[in-house]
Write a protein that binds this ligand. Sequence first.
Ligand code: GDG
Length: 458
Amino acid sequence: MARLVIVSNRVPDASEATGPRAGGLAVGLADALTPGTLWFGWSGRRGRQTTTEPAYAEFRRLTYATIDLGEADYRAFYLGFSNGTLWPLFHMMPNLTSFDRAEYAVYREVNHIFATALLPLLRPDDLIWIHDYQLLGVAAALRALGVHNRIGFFLHIPFPAPAIYEVLPPARELLSGMLANDVIGFHTERDRWHFLNTVNVILGIDATADNVITHAGHSTQVIVTPIGIDVDGFTAQAVRAARRVATKRMVESLSGRTLMIGIDRLDYTKGLPARFDAYQRFLANYPEHRHHISFLQIAAPSREEVDRYRALRKDLDNKTGAINGAYSDFDWVPLRYMTRTVSRSLIAGFYRTARIGLVTPLRDGMNLVAKEYVAAQNPADPGVLVLSRFTGAAAGMAEALQVNPLDIDAVAEAIGAALAMPLEERQMRHAALLERLRHESAKAYCDAFTASLRGANH
Ligand code: GDG
């Protein structure tokens, strides 16, 4: 069978593969990679210059080949165009989007370096699977270097509506570059619809009937393959974790109160300020629940060198102070807020203990936290998932209490409804959610994508 070559911006190193990790791509893929796979990308290290000779590591029968980024490239490619331009724009927040032509030139250059460094490692029948918004130009760069392998690309974040995408100054160039792939995958039908319509608006190609775009003599198939998790593996981890001393200590500290949990990277797309406002509204409108609920929000620090992320952290510090200042008692703190990365096993135990999982991003490609929360529950006495309609996960989770995250009264009401929900209804909703999670697993995601890539017209 052909070897699979994964290309992603960040490659987890051996220590991260077992330690704490915050980030959906690493989590979703690690669950499903098969022995023999080569994973190529950035090591996470920064040096004077971007390296082109990969370093190798073997771990659990996977081969990792990594390059280091030069400091200037890291700033322009990663912090600049990837996370200052593409990330907010693709999450449909054009007002938060900046653009700098010089940063874009470096983005193109780094995409080209990825292709050049990967080239000597490739075998003729390798299946190349590129991931995410940092690497939109790698397929075109590989083709320019004469690579004829099957190449696929998966976008982990939303694809924006045409009227938003076209704001991007290099809109046309990036879009035609993407069409050097044989297969392009998205999490949801909505993303595919946005993409096909954007291709229609910008390149004048209508592929909405058969999802195959023919451009410059090459065909690209556009597919929907939602990412999932290893459900049974995660459930087992949660069961084990619930017995651990650390989880028990957390439960004891609740003194019989109900736990509500939020777990996110500290990112403005995750809707944390509105979530804190909604919790405050809940405390104001449901006085009978004061003293009986504890909200634990874990926010793993992320992209701390980007100004907007620092501003978000300040904002949340202030809101935490305001909520706890207004509502705490000498024996009760309503909000526990941690800006730290916690181990995956501890997270699994916390999910299982929590009666409510609060997942309210303003926009999210998929959101694996929602899936992990459901998988971690005890089916005999499951908790309730409160989920933003604007996550990709919402498409397959009709039994969650779905909310508009901006409507803080609605989120407060959903928290109230979750607390009041009878056991039978919780069980019914949970069983239906779990059943669907099993179908949309991490393995199903990888199998579906690679099968399309293998079968692509080439
Ligand atoms: C991108 C897309 C898409 C979080 N805090 C800690 C921690 N986490 C773990 C969670 C989960 C993962 O990180 C986060 O995944 P998400 O899917 O929620 O979000 P992104 O990182 O934004 O991922 C997203 C995903 O790619 C996959 O395609 O779903 O839409 O934005 O697994 O549990 N893990 C540990 N400590 C933490 O403090 N160990």
